[in-house]
Design a protein around this ligand. Structure first.
Ligand SMILES: [Fe+2]
Length: 314
């Protein structure tokens, strides 16, 4: 039983280059996407609009209900079947949590810990967005994230990727938090002499880079999982033989109509890939609604989730 990332000297150099590159992108007022750069300023405008929306909700007495909904996490338990899953991994369970934005709701870490406590799983994957804001100090989230990490101890460890709300400097706290950051590289999980691979990339919503594509294109034979903050790299993953694609980012819309349709999705694909199970060119994908909230601490018709995935042999 082993979980490890094998890093050559070149891989270590690549990570230093990534940190320098992401530092410069984080300082920029643009978000860097596959199809070019776009202004980040819409986020600030959006936050002002949300302040107004929050005020309106308070006036009509719906705000408290929305905050309560945002704390009421649902456990989702999807089971995925694969013909090429190694026998040793039949029944392997993944705890997937996303979009914590842990400083958006008070004592949310205790809620998460309580909800996760009865679950049994082999490995934990966190798919980004640990803080509320998209820049500035993140000192306030270290305590709550450490508390959550300390309560989760699966045999194959805790592995994380960064989202668009995160900073490259969070990598400095990997050891302290006991969470391993995967940045455009591949984790190998080994059980009874058999292996599966998990490639985690940097966030492509604000910080798209060729390095992320390079990581997914790396030739690897076998059962492969891609972990990306958004669904934006799904075509590259599918073309390169990935079997399962895990992402978050959308919060499932966070505020949805009574029929569950998201009003805003924060992605350019509209309502496609916004939550739950999807399929793209033979690859199974799962968009986690997230366990937290951002912008405004409310949810309607879109409960936060903690996800327990089971891999099964077909
Ligand atoms: Fe998020």
């Amino acid at each position: 039983m082993k979980a490890s990332i094998y890093r050559t000297e070149k891989d270590k150099e690549r990570r230093i280059i990534w940190a320098a590159m992401r530092a410069s992108l984080e300082a920029s007022r643009f978000k860097y996407k596959r199809n070019g750069k776009k202004s980040k300023s819409h986020w600030t405008t959006f936050e002002h609009l949300l302040d107004f929306f929050g005020f309106a909700l308070k006036l009509i007495g719906f705000y408290e209900k929305g905050v309560k909904n945002a704390s009421d996490m649902k456990i989702e338990e999807p089971v995925f079947y694969f013909s090429n899953l190694p026998d040793a991994f039949d029944g392997f369970r993944i705890l997937n949590m996303s979009d914590f934005h842990i400083d958006s709701l008070s004592n949310h870490e205790d809620n998460i810990i309580r909800k996760v406590a009865p679950l049994e799983y082999d490995v934990a994957f966190f798919t980004g967005d640990y803080r509320k804001n998209i820049s500035g100090s993140f000192k306030n989230i270290l305590g709550p994230m450490k508390k959550i990490a300390a309560s989760i101890n699966p045999p194959y460890g805790k592995w994380a990727i960064l989202g668009n709300h995160d900073s490259y400097l969070m990598a400095e706290y990997e050891e302290d938090l006991g969470i391993n950051l995967i940045v455009n590289e591949t984790l190998e999980l080994e059980k009874e002499g058999q292996k599966i691979y998990v490639t985690g990339t940097d966030d492509p919503y604000y910080y798209y880079s060729e390095q992320a594509v390079f990581a997914l294109e790396k030739p690897l034979e076998g059962f492969k999982i891609a972990m990306v903050h958004t669904s934006e790299l799904r075509d590259i993953a599918a073309q390169n033989g990935y079997n399962l694609y895990l992402c978050g980012h959308t919060h499932g819309g966070q505020i949805c109509l009574p029929n569950g349709k998201a009003i805003l999705t924060h992605q350019y694909e509209g309502n496609k890939f916004v939550s739950g199970i999807w399929n793209d060119n033979g690859m199974i994908g799962y968009t986690n609604r997230g366990c937290g909230v951002s912008g405004i601490p409310v949810r309607f018709n879109c409960p936060p989730e903690i996800t327990l995935i089971t891999l099964k042999k077909k």
